[in-house]
Design a protein around this ligand. Structure first.
Ligand code: MEV
Length: 424
């Protein structure tokens, strides 16, 4: 008989009770249960308060990228990622950029947008004027929701309204602009958007459905740029290769998606390590890349008049130092301490620099020998571990597979057996 996934009151159970249900459903072994129960540095009760229906934790490797210098300040960059070579590549690119003077950065005021959707309007343009003329009142109502944010100089600063055409007729979309200071801001903005909705309904005679933050945070941008002498890259041919790669991605959305993914490899790893919302950052980056109607790149590389390489990146960066898992997750807390940023703006700018470094590392490899050789040796270590290698056997098996260009679990197993026999 097929097993049922309908479990009433699952959320009310203790993690170990949930685990026993999952064990029966999925046929987990005792060994697997032990792995799930061993939550290491994220205690089960903390995890159980972070999300729902917890049965364990999901560990990811946490590494530190070195060599970063941003606006003259040195940083160690905590990164959580499952992808081999990301941390090494970031460190390597940061070293090259450092030798060329390091990263420079800037950022806007940390303003997030709250959207309020008004429908069923008799006259959408007139409704827009009504909202705009009540701006002060609406902003006051929004700011009444968050005296703490106000006391730090943040809060709802402005609003705007647009009439849009949709498949269900005209809608009035009101944007609340909220300075979130050192918070990511989703909670503050959503609370404000919900609080002003009845007022907006009354003013317009329409009906409000959605009241929610926009992840396309065009008013909370971070920018990083750098110049790298051609000698540091191995000559003008490499500069050309990277500039050609960038031009390709700028013109072609198929390549742009991968180009941007390369930059996001670094950014997301840091955002994840620090307990911030990496989905918000991903959504914002890709939407920003398509803002002009055609998906393109968030970072670009060009050859300057000296034949050196200029690079820059700009993207929305809604990250915070407070709220969410930043404080509750003990490792995120430590990651923040390692990163040692004093404001959400500084954090956002360092993230932009990490994205630029990660993008540079990928393009440099792609424009040269390709990424497979570097990737393969790291990937080979993973395969060796999967095949059962332990301790110093891992590197022996990995390098043998890379030499043979046969990075496969079956081959790893053969090499392990052979090494065991030789040692015996
Ligand atoms: C792999 O995770 C990322 C790259 O594909 C990025 C790129 O192609 O620029 C190497």
């Amino acid at each position: 008989m097929a097993k049922s996934s309908e479990v009433s009151g699952f959320y009310k159970l203790l993690p170990k009770e949930r685990l026993s249900i999952v064990k029966d459903f999925a046929g987990l072994t005792e060994e697997e249960i032990k792995l799930l129960e061993n939550t290491g540095s994220l205690p089960m009760d903390v995890a159980d308060h972070m999300v729902e229906n917890v049965i364990g934790v999901f560990p990811e490797p946490l590494g530190v990228a070195v060599n970063f210098q941003v606006n003259g300040k040195d940083y160690l960059i905590p990164m959580a990622t499952e992808e081999p070579s990301v941390i090494a590549a970031a460190s390597h690119a940061a070293k090259i950029v450092r030798d060329g003077g390091g990263f420079r950065t800037s950022s806007t005021t940390p303003i997030m947008i709250g959207q309020i959707q008004v429908v069923k309007l008799k006259d959408a343009e007139a409704a827009k004027e009504q909202v705009l003329s009540a701006k002060a009142e609406i902003l006051k109502k929004a700011n009444d929701q968050d005296p703490v944010l106000n006391s730090f100089g943040g809060g709802a600063k402005d609003l705007d309204a647009r009439v849009i055409e949709t498949t269900m007729g005209q809608m009035l979309i009101v944007h609340l602009y909220v300075d979130c200071r050192d918070a990511m801001g989703a909670n503050a903005v959503n609370t404000m958007a919900e609080a002003v909705a009845p007022m907006i309904e009354q003013l317009t005679g329409g009906h409000v459905y959605l009241r929610i933050i926009s992840n396309l945070a065009v008013k909370r941008l971070a920018k990083a740029w750098c110049t790298i002498p051609k000698e540091a890259l191995g000559g003008e041919a490499v500069v050309d290769g990277i500039a050609y790669a960038s031009a390709f991605a700028a013109a072609d959305p198929y390549r742009a998606a991968t180009h941007n993914k390369g930059a996001m490899n670094g950014i997301v790893a840091v955002v994840l390590a620090t307990g911030n919302d990496h989905r918000a950052i991903e959504a914002g980056a890709h939407a920003y890349a398509a803002l002009n109607g055609k998906y393109t790149i968030i970072s670009k590389w060009t050859k300057n008049k000296n034949g050196d390489l200029d690079g820059e990146i700009e993207l929305p960066m809604a990250v915070g130092l407070i709220g969410g898992a930043v404080k509750t997750h003990p490792i995120a807390h430590i990651a923040m301490k390692i990163l040692n940023v004093k404001s959400a703006n500084e954090f956002a700018e360092v993230l932009a620099a990490v994205g630029l470094a990660q993008n540079l590392a990928a393009l440099r490899a792609l424009a040269n020998e390709g990424i497979q050789r570097g990737h393969m040796s790291l990937h080979a270590r993973n395969i060796a571990v999967i095949a059962g290698a332990k301790g110093d056997i891992v590197d022996k098996v990995a390098s043998q597979m890379v030499k043979e260009r046969k990075v496969r679990v079956d081959r790893a197993k053969e090499i392990i057996e052979k090494l065991k026999i030789e040692e015996f």
